[in-house]
Design a protein around this ligand. Structure first.
Ligand code: GDP
Ligand code: ADP
Length: 177
């Protein structure tokens, strides 16, 4: 199976890139589950399956999740059955990245690396505490230090269009690290 894993700080463009890979490049996007409140522009079933904490806990109990995490006051998890797709893209936090790398040695993990200033600029319209979230991301991503040789870094520059970012990913895929 050909699995692309996207990770990165908030605002790095994970969702945007996953959608392009789905819409233009034929990837099946694995829609994960979360208990965090839906953002204004998000669509249930497209961006996430938004469920209650009670439902999430029930799904843990039913052993539906391949992996799950508690991050920034909410649960996030991906289903075992969703990883059976031939060509898929999934967005995971560092806890999920660690797990998937153990289970699927062939998956390609891309970390979208964005400066704090650019992320703040992009996330202005989100009614969230960006500074607090950035701190949580920094803490979480420190976990990935031991996996540095397994993760392909994609630097995000201010003038990069979405297609520029996809091109960077495609270029890195030719040389399998
Ligand atoms: N482990 C794991 N992490 C997830 C899953 N779904 C989303 N995430 C991660 O959860 C974190 C928070 O996501 P979100 O609240 O959508 O914030 P965003 O990064 O600003 O889009 C991000 O690092 C995502 O990569 C999942 O199913 N499992
Ligand atoms: N290449 C880009 N150029 C300009 N804006 C972008 C680009 N990629 C994403 N964005 C915008 O930045 C914001 C954050 O992107 P998003 O994909 O939601 O990031 P994440 O899922 O990593 O939090 C969104 O408003 C999105 O439209």
């Amino acid at each position: 199976m050909s699995l692309i894993v996207l990770c990165g700080y908030s605002g790095s463009g994970k969702t945007t890139i996953a959608n392009v890979l789905q819409e233009k490049y034929g990837y099946h996007r694995i829609i994960t589950y979360t208990t965090r409140p839906k953002r204004e522009q998000e669509v249930n079933g497209k961006d996430y399956h938004f469920i209650s904490e009670e439902e999430f806990k029930q799904m843990i109990h039913q052993d539906f999740f391949f992996e799950w995490t508690y991050f920034n006051d909410a649960y996030y998890g991906s289903l075992k059955r969703d990883y059976q797709q031939e060509k898929a893209v999934v967005i995971l936090d560092p806890t999920g990245v660690k797990k998937i790398v153990e289970m699927d040695p062939d998956c390609m993990v891309f970390e979208l690396c964005i400066s704090k200033e650019l992320a703040i600029k992009r996330l202005k319209q989100r009614k969230e505490n960006i500074e607090k979230r950035r701190c949580k991301d920094e803490e979480a991503f420190a976990q990935l230090n031991s996996l540095r040789n397994r993760i392909i870094l994609i630097p995000i520059e201010e003038n990069d269009t979405v297609e520029d970012v996809v091109k960077k990913i495609k270029k890195k895929r030719i040389i399998k690290v």
